[in-house]
Design a protein around this ligand. Structure first.
Ligand code: ADP
Ligand code: MG
Length: 337
């Protein structure tokens, strides 16, 4: 007879890691989100060999107290929510307490951190703490993740080319930057700086530093609201389109999400101004009471459930359509769709 037994913590972390950490870009996402949650003003992301060799994230955020450092790497350990009530009002990007233990179970991890005074450095490999020592450090956190998937050869084999993995990293960093124009974010690959935002709180500047100033100049600010939702951001003039939907970024309360209906609502705002197979460039912020959005649908938190999604979609479409019609670009007969 098979004997029922609990899995070891390390094995359980590796299983969870399979859901949260699909590829190097997932590590970047989780660690940058942690830096954002720690109220950082500046976040530097340094990547080698598309993240498979190393990923380092340096922030100037709150840091972690030395006596809590090992705990931060334990499963379901989080400082961000306390009870059931908080789960329905998530204000932070993280809350599941899964990223650090997941990453540590499939890579070699070193984190140096300080809350202002004396700092500490912890080293983990294969999910186990190897050492923790006091360390000289300025306020903030510096985490290095090396040899990702070294103990999960099946996952390593599944990786696409370095170029593809790097492009996924660039994509997620761009979207995190769109959600946080007030944070200076830089991305460096193999010692070459690929992007840097100014951190001045100016979304159009961020769009410019990512898509180029000439494109940013062809984007219009939008704003609209109703009793439940607030819409803001930038959308391209109908003359600036792309062959892919991936130049549309939707953020809910600063979190990048994917949502087919909301993407369709953006496109609908253009009416018949878009040619078939062409999509606008857009960065759209949607603000709402956290009670209206359930982010606990999927481990990566990019899929969400929104209450009153139809109402929100309509607001989004109308906001974009009225902005574009101000530009006199939509002939009269088409505006009352
Ligand atoms: P979660 O983000 O869901 O809480 P994580 O495993 O990503 O879970 O992180 C665990 C905890 O470690 C966080 O709740 C936070 O308290 C702390 N932490 C992680 N990264 C940082 C960081 N860069 N700066 C400050 N604290 C951090
Ligand atoms: Mg986290």
């Amino acid at each position: 007879m098979a004997v029922i037994h609990e899995l070891s913590a390390v094995l359980a972390d590796q299983i969870a890691a399979g859901e949260v950490i699909e590829r190097p870009a997932s590590v970047v996402k989780e660690l940058v989100e942690n830096a954002i949650d720690a109220d950082s003003h500046e976040i530097d992301i340094l990547v080698e060999e598309a993240g498979l060799k190393s990923i380092e994230i340096i922030d100037d955020g709150s840091g972690i107290e030395a006596d809590q450092l090992a705990l931060a790497f334990r499963r379901h350990a989080t400082s961000k929510i306390d009870d059931r009530k908080d789960l329905f009002r998530v204000h932070s990007l993280g809350f599941r307490g899964e990223a650090l233990p997941s990453i540590a179970s499939i890579a070699d991890v070193e984190m140096t951190t300080s809350t202002g005074g004396e700092g500490a450095v912890i080293h983990l490999a294969g999910g186990k703490v190897i050492s923790q020592k006091p360390a000289e450090a300025r306020r903030g956190t510096d985490i290095k993740v090396r040899d990702l998937f070294y103990n999960v050869p099946a996952r390593l084999k599944y990786m696409k080319s370095l170029n593809t993995e790097l492009s996924k990293i660039v994509d997620i960093v761009n979207r995190l930057a769109f959600g946080h124009p007030d944070i200076q974010i830089s991305l460096t690959h193999n010692n070459r700086e690929l992007m840097r935002t100014a951190g001045r709180g100016d979304l159009q500047q961020v769009v410019g530093s990512i898509y180029g100033m000439n494109k940013a100049a062809k984007m219009l600010p939008i704003s609209g609201s109703d009793a439940d939702f607030k819409v803001s951001g930038y959308v391209s003039l109908p003359e600036l389109t792309r062959a892919s939907r991936s130049y549309m970024t939707i953020l809910i309360n600063g979190r990048y999400i994917r949502n087919f209906q909301l993407s369709k609502a953006i496109i609908a705002g253009y009416g018949s101004k878009l040619m078939v197979g062409r999509y606008p460039v857009a960065v759209v912020n949607l603000e709402m009471d956290p009670l209206l959005v359930d982010v606990n649908v999927h481990p990566t938190k990019q899929e969400v459930r929104i209450s009153k999604e139809d109402q929100l979609s309509k607001l989004l479409t109308v906001t974009i359509r009225s902005k574009l019609s101000e530009q006199n670009l939509i002939p009269d007969g088409l505006t009352n769709l």
